[in-house]
Write a protein that binds this ligand. Structure first.
Ligand code: PRP
Length: 184
């Protein structure tokens, strides 16, 4: 899917495919340098992180494994509660592992804050976070994030894994939607 496929549903492109790609090159170089020859377990948080996981993992030169978690807030519209339910847990045992959580976006920070303490309780050697996007103005809790692709304004964004009603995840860029999309 690209901008032309969206017609007038696209308001504007916030981060182009090229911008995302060159920032990922930088992040991957930093991660390779920081972890040197350590084995890293990349933990992707479904579903949004699929794109960044695929693109980041392919740029890393060190040995990496990939594993996945699916989490959900309890009930509807309760993201703000910070209570998270595990829908799919990791296959890997984290004991002694260097874990790098891979996320598409940190919004309020509540999901990651919960995930961090959950994963830290499993005896890993380290747990760090890499996120493509962060909205500093939306933060409800401070989360210590080692790798951030871009800080973006507090607007609803889609693309590169991020959805509106499950659509637009397959856009290669990050953009905003025209207001009329939300009204039907
Ligand atoms: C998004 C994102 C993070 C979370 C961040 O996932 O992938 O996991 O929201 O929000 P927070 O900082 O406010 O907790 P979402 O719940 O939209 O699920 P999805 O990835 O399946 O679309």
């Amino acid at each position: 899917m690209d901008a032309a496929d969206m017609g007038d549903d696209l308001e504007r492109i916030l981060l182009s495919e090229e911008q995302l790609s060159s920032r990922l090159d930088e992040l991957a170089a930093q991660i390779d340098a920081d972890y040197a020859a350590k084995d890293v377990l990349l933990v992707g948080v479904l579903k949004g992180a699929v794109m960044v996981m695929a693109d980041l993992a392919r740029r890393l030169h060190g040995p990496v494994e990939m594993d996945w978690m699916a989490v959900s807030s309890y009930g509807s519209g309760t993201k703000s509660s910070g209570v998270v339910r595990i829908l799919k847990d990791l296959d890997a045992d984290l004991t002694g592992r260097h874990v790098l959580i891979v996320e598409d976006i940190i919004d309020s920070g509540l999901t990651l804050s919960w995930l961090l303490s959950n994963l830290r309780s499993r005896g890993p050697a380290s747990v760090e976070i890499a996120t493509m996007l962060r909205k500093p103005d939306a933060a409800k809790v401070e989360v210590d994030v080692r790798y951030v692709g871009f800080e973006i304004p507090n607007e609803f964004v889609v693309g590169y894994g991020l959805d509106y009603a499950e659509r637009y995840r397959n856009l290669p860029f990050v953009g905003t939607l025209a207001p009329h999309v939300y009204s039907h």
